[in-house]
Design a protein around this ligand. Structure first.
Ligand SMILES: Cc1cc2nc3c(=O)[nH]c(=O)nc-3n(C[C@H](O)[C@H](O)[C@H](O)COP(=O)(O)OP(=O)(O)OC[C@H]3O[C@@H](n4cnc5c(N)ncnc54)[C@H](O)[C@@H]3O)c2cc1C
Length: 504
């Protein structure tokens, strides 16, 4: 396995569960890829994801199914409130559909509430359809006919809704919603899920989100110990099953002989042979860099290289003095500066996460750890020519970080005087620490035009998983991609036994 992102670790965990001998080679000194945590002066920071759901009890979330398959538990704190700073005003809202009605009533009145309630009804069959076929049933060979077969009755029941899940969410949105605020809000949710607006976000992805988030009394999860605790739980589970993880093990070549992946070569020159398969969790662009130049047909290489990429991120990690913070502060906040600018516009949307409010151990006593970021909307082009040691880079960092400071000042007005640790990350940081081409959030594949590609390659014994493969970006999706790649290496009978054990 090349890479220990959540996609790679999920694949490794399921392979270990199947009884394969698994070695994960991770370039970085910390496992987890975009989901790794790091520590500075006693503050524990998430480098990436902060929104988790369906982890604390059995759920259709493939990530939870990975945890179940390797029998690890992940203690989570639960919460249900977000802070919103939108052009319409500032408010806290509970995640659930019912509670959002109260916000709508205040902001937009009866008609918007009725549209929202109608949308919940419209989405119900799609939400059911989206979970009718668990991704864990999929594999990339003929055996899929058998493993999917057992779900045919439920697929048939949802046949009509299934049809609509293949396009973009925009079609459903435009039919059901006319209120401009609601349209903007749903467009924002699409952007947060996929890095793309509603017109390019998959209806299936949104339907899955509706199934997960808009249940009565829903609560979201936050792993105690942060995203790194999730990573550690999977690593511990798969190591217990005999799997091995090597950190600081940068792969610089996938060894290919007679169109078969036979192993990998590390930057140190060490060569490692693979008995069954090599699986790459690196992005599509980064995987191409590892292949011998003539390993792929030219057309295939060009096509993969041309995969459109989402922009990158700006990050602000702060360790602050927590004395006398505003009361009832929510852990997560969304700031949208201007709907008219477009949801994907650079510096328009800012996310703030203060996870030490849910898990105080993430910061020294009386302090808090904060992660602010501009989600997948920072153009790499603005950064690509900077030398990271130059004065110009420092000043560009200050300039482009200002929007995150302003956002945070709306939540904690005296934030600047509280700071004890201050780290600004740019697309170059993202590229460097996450080993991701151009620091991208992932492929920008429009659901209106097609699907994410499968994890298969024309090279025998070489599979891919992670957010460059089906079903796409985000923790549940990359966990699913890892499970599917692992299933494709296992026998059908092993696969069927796993489905039974994880309750699918
Ligand atoms: C700031 C941010 C916030 C996010 N928020 C959320 C959220 O709230 N909820 C959510 O569900 N999703 C969120 N996401 C998306 C989610 O985190 C990612 O989609 C997911 O973690 C990607 O996992 P992956 O396994 O595909 O890839 P990665 O995490 O990129 O892992 C790939 C791994 O491969 C390694 N690698 C690459 N090349 C090599 C090589 N040559 N040799 C060895 N190792 C190599 C890398 O070092 C890395 O560890 C967020 C992402 C970011 C960046």
């Amino acid at each position: 396995m090349i890479g220990s992102g959540i996609g790679g670790l999920s694949c490794a965990a399921i392979l270990a569960r199947y009884g394969f001998e698994v070695l994960v080679c991770e370039s970085h000194s910390i496992a987890g890829g975009a989901a790794h945590s790091f520590e500075r002066n006693g503050f524990h920071f998430d480098s990436g994801p902060s929104l988790f759901s369906g982890l604390s009890s059995p759920s259709p979330n493939p990530l939870r199914q990975v945890l179940d398959a390797i029998e690890v538990t992940l203690p989570c704190a639960q919460y249900d409130t977000w802070g919103c700073f939108l052009p319409e005003g500032n408010f806290d809202t509970a995640v659930g559909a019912e509670q959002f009605c109260e916000v709508l009533q205040t902001l937009r009145g009866d008609r918007a509430v009725r549209e929202w309630q109608n949308l919940q009804r419209v989405m119900e069959p799609y939400a059911q359809a989206a979970i009718a076929l668990p991704p864990a049933a999929l594999r990339y060979d003929w055996g899929a006919a058998i493993t999917i077969g057992q779900f045919l009755p439920s697929l048939a029941r949802h046949g009509f809704a299934m049809g609509k899940l293949s396009g973009s969410f925009d079609r459903i949105l435009r039919e059901a919603v006319t209120d401009p605020f609601l349209q903007n809000w749903l467009n924002l949710l699409c952007f947060l899920l996929s890095g793309l607006p509603a017109s390019d976000t998959s209806a299936a992805e949104m339907a899955f989100m509706f199934a997960d988030w808009y249940r009565p009394n829903v609560k979201l999860d936050y792993p105690i110990g942060g995203s790194g605790a999730l990573v550690n739980a999977i690593v511990q589970g798969f190591e217990r099953l005999g799997g091995k993880l090597r950190l600081n093990a940068h792969v610089d070549r996938i060894l290919v002989q007679q169109n078969r992946a036979i192993g990998i070569r590390l930057r140190s020159g060490e060569e490692l042979r693979a008995r069954r398969a090599v699986v790459s969790n690196a992005s599509v662009w980064d995987t191409l860099k590892l292949l011998p130049p003539d390993a792929l047909p030219e057309r295939d290489r060009t096509q993969r290289q041309a995969t459109p990429a989402c922009p990158s991120f700006m990050h602000l990690h702060l360790g602050i003095d927590g004395a006398n913070l505003p009361p009832n502060l929510a852990c997560h906040h969304i700031i949208v500066n201007d709907w008219a600018a477009g949801i994907t516009a650079p510096q328009n949307v800012v996310l703030v996460s203060i996870p030490s409010l849910l898990d105080p151990a993430l910061a020294p006593p009386g302090k808090h750890a904060i992660h602010v970021y501009t989600p997948g909307n920072e153009p790499y082009e603005l950064w690509q020519n900077f030398d990271r040691r130059s004065e110009a880079y420092v000043s560009q960092k200050a300039k482009r970080a200002a929007v995150m400071w302003h956002a945070l000042e709306r939540i904690i007005p005296d934030i600047r005087s509280r700071c004890e640790v201050e780290l600004v990350g740019t697309p170059l940081t993202h590229e460097r620490y996450l080993r991701r081409d151009r620091g991208t959030y992932g492929p920008a594949i429009s659901a209106a035009k097609g699907f994410f590609p499968t994890g298969t390659t024309p090279i025998s014994g070489l599979l891919c998983c992670g957010d460059s493969t089906f079903p796409g970006i985000g923790l549940p999706a990359v966990a699913a991609s890892g499970i599917i790649a692992a299933n494709s290496i296992a026998s059908v009978s092993q696969h069927q036994a796993l489905l039974k054990d994880i309750g699918c």
